[in-house]
Design a protein around this ligand. Sequence first.
Ligand code: BGC
Length: 745
Amino acid sequence: MTDRMRRLLLGTALSLSLAAPLATTALAAEAARPWMDTKLSPDQRADLLNKELTLDERIGLVHGPMAMPFLGAKLPEGAIGSAGYIPGVPRLGIPALQESDASLGVANPMNVRPGDPSTALPSGLSLASTWNPETAYKGGAMIGKEAHAKGLNVLLAGGVNLARDPRNGRNFEYLGEDPLLAGTLGGESIRGIQDQNVVSTIKHFAVNDQETQRMTIDVKIGEAAARESDLLAFQIAIEKGKPGSVMCAYNKVNGAYACDNPFLLNKVLKTDWAYPGWVMSDWGAVHGVEAAVNGLDQESGEQIDALLAPGGAGKVWFNEPLKAAIQDKTVPAERLSDMTRRILRSMFAAGLFDNPAAKAPIDFDAHAQVTKAAGTEGIVLLKNKGDVLPLATKGKTITVIGGFANAGVLSGGGSSQVVSDGGPGASIPLGGDGMMGPFRTVVYHASSPLKAIRAKAGEKAVRFNDGSYPAEAAAVAKTTNVAIVFATQWMSEGADAPDLSLPNGQDALIAAVAAANPNTIVVLETGGPVHMPWLDKVAGVVEAWYPGSRGGEAIADILFGDANPSGRLPITFPADDSQLLHKDIPGADKPEFSPAEITYTEGADIGYRRYAKTGAKPLFPFGYGLSYSHFSYGDVKVTGGDTLTVSFEVTNTGKRPGQDVPQVYLTNAAGTKTQRLIGWSKVALAPGEKKRVTVTADTRLLGSFDEAAHAWQVKAGEYQVAVGASATDLDLKGGAAVKASTRQP
Ligand code: BGC
């Protein structure tokens, strides 16, 4: 008799004995489930549990249905309701996986959980504009807490796809164009989520950088280019946040679907990065059983695979077909065992067994402060002619125009949509064809900027015009000292913007108001960069992005100076369409699900790096943003050796306390001209205060990926850096010699 059997028998005997005291029964249960010993590592616990699973139990853990009423799906038994559901194994005490989207707050798709709202964070680009890892952590922790209190234990949060094209419909969910910025903030928000005993899922792995033909497009990119850009964002975020799972993307990468891609999944993720968690598919991204051999561990939203494949060739692949493949050994049994082991390991690591998610009250008031603070910090002041801002609360009259500012603040569409605790201020069903048609409803969170402005400036001092007619809006604007035009650009998963204009005639509205009132301020609620043909005519521009469920109050705090703007752009604003890499978005001229291809000729030179190479002058550069204070930089010291360490002084030369984001860029690497963000700091300074900031470079950012050597290589030589307030403001310079080095991939 093995030790384990002896323990089991003993346990059973004890639990059957009516006289056994409760403590003894609990001990027996623990002895029968040795994986519940919290002194063991997640790996040890997963090993112990994994070997208990039968074939059917294993198959049950590696696929699951949607848990929302999408494409005719019904709520599976046992599911709380959100994006997906993987039944547990009660026999062994394995909890079900209750999966929810949560890029910007816990989602509630199609109101599947009636009367169950959440706090909505600002958009990803807003978070990236804070350049503040602490803000990212706090937002993640807030989302994780709400999920846990709803009984949800896996969040599909943590989008770090890079913004290669400002028209990408999901840029608002992501963290901008730089891998260090996106990876750092993404990692921190994942860490915040997982600290609440909820698994976080980084997505969409990888190079899922446009929505047009997202399920069919083949993205062509070289290995070094991918490793130095999109993959690096994932690598940094995974190192920092240790997400329990990775969601592979819809698109193909160099000919193979991302969820069936041995290079991405087996080589890069699981071998080179030694990633110990599991890979789940995007919803409808599996195309066959061989995906298991190529690195996929779990099929999610499985009905979509069966429904959408061309010619009815689709199936739920990781159910019967995978079982048959295991039985006929086309897929090795060890692979299936590795798949479940990875899932269990992440569940143990995040605390899903030890502190299971369960219904609990949510402190929405406290969370309102988290989203308000993040929304405020993410606002970027782009123009402030003659210090038109901040506005005085007394003695000035104001016209507020357009943008549904009376009703609320805009949010982005698609799976990340949050039903916010304040309710929708306005909800406009646009409708539309295609897979995402049912999600095409424009939602304004009920946090009215008009109300918040009136609360500061007084009811009587503020007029409102809905902006439908430019001439009428201009006539009203003429009657007040200041005009604030709210301009919106709704972006959504499933579609890219056809161009960067503000839709529905808003450019003409702004131009008309600006012509009528010299103190016109434009507040943008956009998913990403937009063109501003009226820029020279207006006095102020405030980029508020989608500012979250307390966004109206956040905007008012910035407009009236209760908060000093400290956001900096995480994405370049192009001056015109000639600066876009692709004139037309590849595949946009064909119906959804048509084959398409895109070649990323810019390689790793995304955004500001490409502008630096071509010398093109953007409308607003990466890293840019104004403050009501002023900052100066000096006394730069650079030391070399194994890497570069750059230190310098930042002084608040203005009259208000504020936060600055000095940035350090590599400008020359051992004789090669380049531009790359290697670090930054978010520094709070009182007027006149001075602080020394030190940044140490990750050597991957100094060197390049050498495909032949299969390693990062730093060449010996002189490395030059510039410290500045944006990617094009690089006056303070320094340099030092760095030694040659090699680093494993
Ligand atoms: C999106 C994912 C999302 C999933 C589940 C997909 O359409 O691409 O980001 O997590 O749906 O809702």
